[in-house]
Structure formats: structure tokens, C-alpha cells
Design a protein around this ligand. Structure first.
Ligand code: TYD
Length: 207
């Protein structure tokens, strides 16, 4: 049996990741691809600690947050039953909403980027994705979408200035990563137009 593929969808808060993942999921299922959809932070114990920090309930330093995301990712990859590695070995294609590129952009902005990258890229339990799709939307548009859709903002959703810094960090990180398959897609268009480009990028790795 051939291994499944590991696809990561990245983007700023309010970039439409959820919508695009659902559209991609539907298309791939129609094509008969065996799929698993997941996200980070996960729904497991460490993911819960992270969500408490994201909503401001618990105060965490940027280094603590980077370490929590790392621990959450290690168990996400290596859980012997439901981990990403196991699924892929079993021929299942995994679509993950955010992965270590988010740690590089978000925690890399507030701590030492090289330290965050080293921890994640050199960890033997953390898998390198076959494809990362970055849904690129101008920060002001993301800010307007967040404003419309949320009662309360999370710590990284505090205004255009912060969102712009995060986008800049993503761009810097992508330029530093050798050997990673990254597709940057203009996601400031109609969802169905974006979905077409997303599917094309995925078809390049799914034969
Ligand atoms: P969440 O509301 O769960 O999802 P989303 O905004 O993607 O729909 O928010 C996740 C937040 O966590 C988001 O602001 C990005 C942040 N994050 C990091 O800072 N580092 C990471 O490694 C990951 C995976 C997420």
C-alpha cells in the first residue's frame, strides 16, 4: 500500500482556511482519496492548555507557548494509534489546519525564530509535510473578517498591525526553508476560485 500524503494549510487568522479545507476535503473524497482532517492546536490535553493561553485565560511567555505547541505537535505526529505518522503509513492522506509554519510565524515573531525552527525541524518525531499551502489574504481583509465573525479576539488577532507582522514573518520563514514544498495562493478571491488553485497544488502531489 502506498503511503498517504501529508498536506498542511496555513494562513492568517481570517484567511478562510476552514472553508478551503472543507472544499478540498469534499473534492478529494469524490476522487476516492482516503482522508483524515485534523488541526493544531489539537483537541488533546496540551491543545487545551494552548487554547486557554490563546483566549487570554492563562498567561504564558512566548517561549512557554512555543514549547506547548511543540509538545502538542509531537504527540499529534507520534500517537501510536491516531498519530499523523501512523495514518500516513496506513495509506491515509492527512490535511492539517496549521502546523509548524504557524509556530515559526507566530512564536518566531516574539521569541528566537532560529530556536523555534531548530526545535521543530530537528525533532525526530515531527514529520515534514509533503505540501504546505499558504492562503494569502491582505492583513486588513483578515482583520475585517475577524471583526465580523468573532465576539472576542484571541491574543494574535489584535489588529492590522499584529496581523501584518505575522504575515511578514510567514514570508521570511518561507524564504528560509529549503526543501519544503510551499504553494502561496492568493486567497483574496471568490472561495471557488481559490479552491481550484488549492486542488491543483494538491493534485501535483497526489497521483
Ligand atoms: P484557532 O482559533 O484554533 O484557529 P484558527 O484561527 O486557525 O481558525 O487559533 C489558532 C491560533 O493559534 C492562531 O492564532 C495561530 C496560533 N498558533 C500559533 O501561534 N502557533 C502554532 O504553532 C499554531 C499551530 C497555532
Amino acid at each position: 500500500m502506498a503511503d498517504g500524503k501529508f498536506i498542511v494549510i496555513e494562513g492568517l487568522d481570517g484567511s478562510g482556511k476552514g472553508t478551503q479545507i472543507t472544499l478540498l476535503e469534499n473534492k478529494l473524497r469524490e476522487m476516492g482519496v482516503s482522508l483524515h482532517r485534523t488541526c493544531e492546536p489539537t483537541e488533546h490535553a496540551t491543545g487545551g492548555l494552548i487554547r486557554d493561553a490563546l483566549c487570554g485565560m492563562t498567561k504564558r511567555t512566548p517561549c512557554e507557548l512555543a514549547s506547548l505547541f511543540l509538545a502538542d505537535r509531537i504527540s499529534h505526529c507520534s500517537n501510536p494509534v491516531s498519530g499523523i505518522k501512523k495514518l500516513i503509513e496506513n495509506g491515509v492522506t492527512v490535511i492539517c489546519d496549521r502546523y509548524y509554519y504557524s509556530s515559526f510565524a507566530y512564536q518566531g515573531m516574539d521569541t528566537d525564530l532560529k530556536w523555534v525552527m531548530d526545535q521543530n525541524l530537528n525533532c525526530p518525531d515531527i514529520l515534514q509535510p509533503d505540501l504546505c499551502i499558504f492562503l494569502d489574504v491582505p492583513p486588513a481583509e483578515c482583520d475585517a473578517r475577524i471583526e465580523k465573525g468573532r465576539a472576542q479576539r484571541e491574543i494574535y488577532e489584535s489588529g492590522v498591525e499584529t496581523i501584518t507582522r505575522i504575515r511578514d514573518k510567514y514570508v521570511e520563514v518561507f524564504s528560509l526553508l529549503d526543501g519544503h514544498n510551499i504553494a502561496i495562493i492568493n486567497a483574496s478571491r471568490k472561495p471557488e476560485e481559490v479552491a481550484k488553485d488549492v486542488l491543483e497544488a494538491v493534485k501535483r502531489i497526489i497521483r
